[in-house]
Design a protein around this ligand. Structure first.
Ligand code: 4AD
Ligand code: MG
Length: 479
């Protein structure tokens, strides 16, 4: 019976009175044939196991190697050594699983994040990934807690769809047609999807928003939280081909209500992590300091990780229009000194260098940019009276860039249909989406928060591949 074991996190917070305890975990280090540092993933802190001389024979001692798994029975006593309050004086040690020390890839030394990506199946056993993935868990839990407490309904929107929610064409195809054989074709040579599994062309979803809108026009307020897929060939530290997104959708909301909810949501997640994962955050804050020591002074963060999070909690996000953002960029010293690689003028999609300038140099805090030109945004966004812009909002975060994308939705059937036609979006196939505008249409709004980008922000990690367990990126789908 294994269930009597106590997790190490709990053990470390227990008053030691010599009581018998059972603890299990993996060996981090073994010193002097006497001191085992054991870890079970409940915390980065190890419990020290003291093996008195003579307790184990030579053969068993040899099996206590890095990452071997052990069951220890012993007494919890106050520790003599420094660095820990309690330790376990072993009375029995059982090796549950051996680990060949010569071959084990994770030696007890510092490894680069790049190397750890190549052994992503083992990297959870390091302190950095222990902290990151416990935080990721906490944030996911907090997402549900936040919306549940507000009375939102959690919708599980489909992963396989026949539509392109963003209209950007960056979709992974889903098919059971045999690609090694001659594909069935129509008279005009195009592929005949009637022969395919669903009898039509299907893909992995890029967003749950459209189905979310259907639900919001019945439940008033819903959210989705699921995996989404983008076949965009962006090999950057901010893009994944498979990422998780939270998409709330609210009836009777305008753009301002939408911004208020998004800001409250982000702050709630940060506060939840600060209150529940302090130890892991402190570890990651220290990790960041160490990592940045290699950088020149002007490239280092002005604030430590925890100070940065506190700063975000204690200040309002800046709110500006796209037009104001472009003006700031055009008047910036960076623009005048030709420091931007990409063009700046009204109408262009801001590049990461522009977003980062606004957030990191100009405002030095999160910024919500609204009312973008309609030609660089999706078909479903509500058209403003100026005929040029839509009621969009993006939230830009320091060190990350875009973390949220959202908008008030076009609820007027005639304007929406006209826009879809202009953008060659198949109006007929989207009959179900347009029905929401036919039967009791309402002003409504929503947004999408990229979950990994949020985890990046809270953990201070810099590459998105290090905050999702098994990243999928162009030319990479190992594990
Ligand atoms: O701005 P996006 O494309 O918006 C939507 O998908 C809307 N349907 C959301 C809505 O209004 N319901 O994506 C939303 C967010 C981005 O701001 C970003 O944080 C994240 O999703 N994101 C990605 N994260 C990782 N890898 C990628 N390739 C991402 N693409 C978008
Ligand atoms: Mg976007």
């Amino acid at each position: 019976m294994f269930n009597k074991r106590v997790k190490i996190k709990e053990l470390l917070a227990t008053e030691a009175t010599g009581q018998e305890v059972i603890v299990m975990g993996w060996v981090r280090t073994f010193r002097n044939n006497q001191f085992i540092a054991l870890n079970d993933g409940s915390t980065n802190n190890n419990i020290q196991i003291v093996v008195e001389l003579g307790l184990l024979d030579e053969a068993t001692l040899k099996r206590i190697t890095t990452s071997a798994s052990l069951k220890i029975v012993g007494q919890l006593i106050a520790s003599q050594g420094k660095g820990q309050k309690v330790e376990v004086k072993a009375t029995a040690v059982e090796v549950l699983g051996d680990s060949d020390a010569e071959k084990y890839p994770l030696q007890p030394k510092k490894h680069s994040l790049e190397f750890l990506r190549e052994i992503a199946h083992l990297r959870f056993r390091t302190n950095t990934f222990g902290a990151v993935f416990r935080l990721r868990h906490s944030l996911a839990y907090a997402v549900h807690k936040f919306y549940h407490e507000k009375g939102f309904v959690y919708m599980h929107t489909p992963i396989i769809t026949a539509s392109d929610a963003e209209g950007a064409g960056e979709m992974f195809r889903v098919t059971t047609l045999d690609l090694a054989k001659q594909l069935p074709t129509n008279d005009d040579g195009s592929i005949n999807y009637k022969e395919d599994f669903f009898g039509r062309s299907t893909n992995l979803t890029v967003s749950g928003q459209l189905e979310g809108e259907l639900a919001a026009t019945a439940f008033s307020e819903i959210y989705t939280f699921g995996p989404t897929f983008r076949a965009e060939n962006s090999n950057t530290a901010r893009h994944l081909a498979e990422f998780w997104m939270i998409e709330p959708e609210m009836a009777f909301y305008d753009l301002e209500d939408n911004m208020n909810l998004a800001e409250e949501f982000i702050k709630y997640l940060i506060r939840f992590a600060m209150e529940n994962n302090r130890e892991d955050l402190e570890f990651l804050a220290q990790r960041l300091v160490e990592e940045e020591k290699q950088l020149p002074q002007d490239k280092r963060s002005e604030l430590g990780l925890i100070e940065k999070l506190e700063f975000v909690l204690n200040n309002n996000f800046e709110r500006i229009t796209y037009t104001e953002a472009i003006d700031i960029l055009l008047n910036s010293p960076a623009y005048k000194k030709k420091k931007f690689q990409y063009e700046v003028k009204w109408g262009v999609d801001m590049q990461s260098e522009h977003e980062r300038y606004l957030v990191e140099k100009h405002f030095k805090k999160p910024v919500i940019v609204t009312n973008y030109p309609k030609d660089i945004k999706s078909f479903y966004m509500r058209q403003n009276d100026d005929g040029k812009t839509v009621a969009a909002m993006d939230i830009l975060a320091p060190g990350i860039g875009e973390i949220v994308g959202g908008s008030q939705r076009e609820e007027r059937l005639d304007l929406l249909t006209k826009r879809m036609e202009e953008l060659n979006i198949p109006v007929e196939e989207m009959w179900w989406f347009l029905d929401t505008r036919r039967y009791g249409t309402v002003p409504h709004a929503g947004f999408g928060l990229g979950f990994e980008r949020m985890v990046l922000f809270v953990t201070g990690m810099t590459n998105i591949r290090d905050v999702i367990a098994f990243p999928r990126t162009p030319k990479s789908a190992e594990f």
